[in-house]
Write a protein that binds this ligand. Structure first.
Ligand code: GRF
Length: 222
């Protein structure tokens, strides 16, 4: 039997692209059975674009015309479909996509969010975690559904909130774990171990009633 072609992955970014770099690295080292077909940013100056080009990845920019979501999404769809991706990874893509757009990629579009969802959806998660006095924090890889940060969570990392943490130290501790769990979850998808069925995430043929959790509290990722 011939080996199936590697999953073609498109990555959408808005900023520095450290998760993007982690995904590209995982593909290029053969850690996951995927190839990054394209990196698309919603602004020309996104630093991750330069990094992607350095790593030999095709890039594109689709900048939104002011307040015109349908035109932006039409352009984004065309840019994506030029590369026929099998999966789309949002990696610090700071834009809310319409239900129609999300529906186009339902079951094969992923996001990484810096909190233990369903806690702390939305922005400024680290600040809010510190203000709430939490002792555990982390990140979540989830399928993207039309409701923001609400799709089925596949994999989470847990880190300790340390005494004296600032938003920056906590963000850095969480980010290091994002670079581990995002490639891991997409690797599962590339191997067809992870699937979307009946509005839920399934791993190895079993419906995930709750996310898989990787506990980084006792590891060097702290
Ligand atoms: C990460 O914290 C990720 O969880 C969130 O946006 C940030 C992107 O960082 N969705 P980077 O651009 O991947 O470095």
């Amino acid at each position: 039997m011939s080996t199936p072609a590697p999953l073609a992955l498109a990555i959408l970014i808005s900023g520095r692209g450290s998760n993007m770099s982690a995904l590209i690295r995982a593909c290029q080292t053969g850690t996951i059975a995927a190839r990054v077909a394209v990196v698309i940013a919603d602004r020309a100056g996104a630093p991750g674009l330069e990094r992607a080009r350095e790593l030999g990845i095709a890039t594109d920019t689709v900048a939104p015309p002011a307040a015109d979501t349908p035109a932006f999404e039409r352009a984004l769809l065309a840019a994506l479909e030029a590369h026929r991706p099998g999966a789309v990874a949002l990696a610090g893509f700071m834009r809310v996509l319409s239900g129609e757009f999300v529906g186009r990629y339902l079951g094969r579009m992923f996001n990484i969010h810096p909190s233990l969802l369903p806690k702390y959806r939305g922005l400024h998660t680290h600040r809010r975690v510190l203000a709430a006095g939490e002792s555990v924090h982390g990140a979540s890889v989830h399928f993207v559904t039309p409701e923001l940060d609400a799709g089925p969570v596949v994999l989470q990392s847990q880190v300790a909130v340390e005494p004296g943490d600032t938003e920056a130290t906590l963000a850095a501790r969480v980010l290091a774990t994002e670079h581990v769990i995002y490639p891991r979850a997409l690797g599962w998808f590339a191997e067809r171990r992870l699937a979307w069925r009946d509005g839920a995430a399934w791993l190895d043929g079993r419906r995930l009633e709750k996310p898989i959790v990787e506990d980084f509290r006792a590891t060097a990722c702290r």
